[in-house]
Design a protein around this ligand. Structure first.
Ligand code: AMP
Ligand code: MN
Ligand code: MN
Ligand code: MN
Length: 289
């Protein structure tokens, strides 16, 4: 891929190292089969899959950026910050992410207790069967258990009925601070990106605060075209990128062939009016050839 061409970039997806169902190698093969040219693996709060992903990308002929999706608490909501093109062995980001992962085990036990009070037994052990990384038990793994046991038809139904605020399996959790997450990424040479802004239940004032504080901490990008946005949101968040002078990212947020609506590489292109985030990262791309 020559640097001047517009690549089919997919800069957001998950492997078995967090809550995806495919190994990094299988994701790389699927990305290539779907026409992806520039790929990043962005597991939740974990960089443990990146060396495998980089090696697989090289074998598949994909240009590669390191990635991560960090869980942050901002204005009482969980916000996700994607990091791209950082040094995956940098001690600051590795230690910060380890601390972020730390509360997941206890939270999962409490989620299981809440589900037991609603009559669903054995959810912790059931969810664990779907976990690829013992430090990264997530709500997605509980959702898979509740689908497997026939309690719900699909994972969106599980989240609606059991795993969101006010529901029996929901446990509030305090994640990383916004400034820390951005600094772990930038301190390791990467670019920080606000993930799927359309997913947050923010007022316009809170959304403005997120963008301005994110920029103050050194954040430089926002996801515009993502599997988590509707087509009308592509336009809305393109406007946000232009208003706040943020580079734009594109990524499917692919988790699983069975669960994900949008496959790797299967998204519309970014509008020409936007600055693609990878143009800030030319020096960090691991080129296949
Ligand atoms: P956690 O980090 O444990 O809070 O889990 C968050 C993950 O749950 C997200 O990354 C998504 O993969 C998944 N998720 C969140 N909301 C939904 C939903 N409404 N439907 C399906 N999956 C969801
Ligand atoms: Mn996820
Ligand atoms: Mn996310
Ligand atoms: Mn994601």
């Amino acid at each position: 891929m020559a640097p001047s061409e517009v690549p089919n970039a997919d800069l957001h997806c998950h492997s078995t190292v967090s809550d995806g169902t495919l190994a990094p190698e299988a994701l790389a093969a699927r990305a290539r089969a779907n026409g992806v040219q520039l790929w990043a693996l962005t597991d939740h709060d974990e960089v443990g899959g990146l060396h495998r992903a980089a090696a697989a990308a090289a074998r598949e002929g994909l240009d590669f950026l390191t990635g991560v999706e960090i869980s942050v608490t901002f204005a009482g909501e969980t916000v996700h910050i994607v990091g791209l093109g950082f040094d995956a062995d940098d001690a600051g980001i590795v230690d910060g992410l380890r601390a972020t992962r730390g509360g997941r085990g206890r939270r999962a036990q409490e989620m299981s207790d809440g589900l037991a009070r609603a009559g669903i037994r054995g959810a912790y052990e059931g969810a664990l069967k779907f976990v690829g990384n013992p430090e990264l038990i997530s709500r997605t793994h509980f959702a898979r258990f509740l689908v497997e046991t026939g309690v719900c038809r699909d994972t969106p139904e599980v989240f609606r009925k059991y795993l969101t605020e006010g529901r029996p399996g929901y446990v509030p959790h305090r994640w990383a601070a916004l400034g820390d997450a951005v600094r772990w990424i930038t301190g390791a040479g990467g670019v920080a990106v606000i993930a799927h802004p359309g997913r947050y239940r923010f007022s316009p004032t809170e959304e403005y605060a997120l963008c301005t504080e994110f920029k103050t901490h050194g954040g430089r990008g926002v996801e515009v075209v993502t599997g988590s946005h509707t087509p009308s949101e592509y336009g809305k968040y393109a406007d946000m990128a232009l208003e706040f002078d943020l580079a734009a990212s594109r990524g499917s947020d692919f988790h699983s062939p069975e669960e994900s609506r949008i496959d790797l590489g299967k998204l519309p292109p970014l509008s020409d009016s936007l600055t693609p985030v990878w143009t800030l990262l030319e020096h960090r791309i691991q080129r296949a050839r």
